[in-house]
Design a protein around this ligand. Structure first.
Ligand code: IMP
Ligand code: MG
Length: 181
């Protein structure tokens, strides 16, 4: 599977070391607070699983499942929620955990929905990757694993047409997927 990559951006060990640092920062910030982590599926699954086990706080975990790509490599801008009801986060400190901040559509839609339908004490965003680019939605992440260029990456939760999520590293596919843009 790794042979399908034309380059590796982050090896598994590099990712895990960065998670140690992120987890320390997050633990320091939320120590003594009522924390609910909301992992954004499917992309945030692997990241959240590894990150949360490094945070020694009695946090609650919820998941949200959204789709914005609908099979392509570009966000369509329409974010569809799979859930009918949102997690109960009234009065709690919420940390949204997702794989990547790209156009910003997904995290903007989720934050707006959570803020308008519930009443969190606070809401912060943690992403493993942040693409350095102009965003359609000006959302800021509070915790960022790595900044990357504006290219399509797979692995460690990130997919291309639902494949490669289980790759332990993060890289760029050999085939020029950008031709379908
Ligand atoms: P946004 O709404 O454009 O910020 O995109 C967010 C979602 O698009 C992420 O949660 C990913 O699921 C997906 N995504 C964005 N960029 C990539 C990428 O380079 N590889 C794989 N998935 C991506
Ligand atoms: Mg995702």
């Amino acid at each position: 599977m790794q042979d399908d990559l034309k380059k590796i951006l982050f090896q598994e060990q590099v990712i895990l070391s960065r998670l140690d640092e992120l987890a320390r920062e997050i633990t320091g910030h939320y120590d003594g607070k009522e924390l609910t982590v909301i992992a954004v599926l499917n992309g945030g699954l692997i990241f959240a699983a590894d990150l949360l086990r490094r945070i020694p706080l009695p946090l609650k975990l919820d998941c949200l499942s959204v789709a914005s790509y609908h099979g392509g490599i570009r966000s369509t801008g329409s974010v569809v929620f799979d859930q009918i009801s949102m997690p109960d986060i009234e009065g709690r400190h919420v940390l949204l955990v997702d794989d990547i901040l790209d156009s910003g559509h997904t995290l903007t839609a989720i934050s707006e929905k959570l803020r308008s339908e519930s009443n969190p004490a606070s809401l912060k965003i943690c992403v493993l990757l942040r693409k350095l680019k102009d965003r359609a939605k000006p959302v800021e992440a509070d915790y960022v694993g790595f900044d990357i260029g504006d290219e399509f990456v797979v692995g460690y939760g990130l997919d291309y047409q639902e494949r490669y999520r289980n790759l332990p590293c993060i890289g760029v596919l050999e085939t020029d997927n950008d031709s379908s843009k």
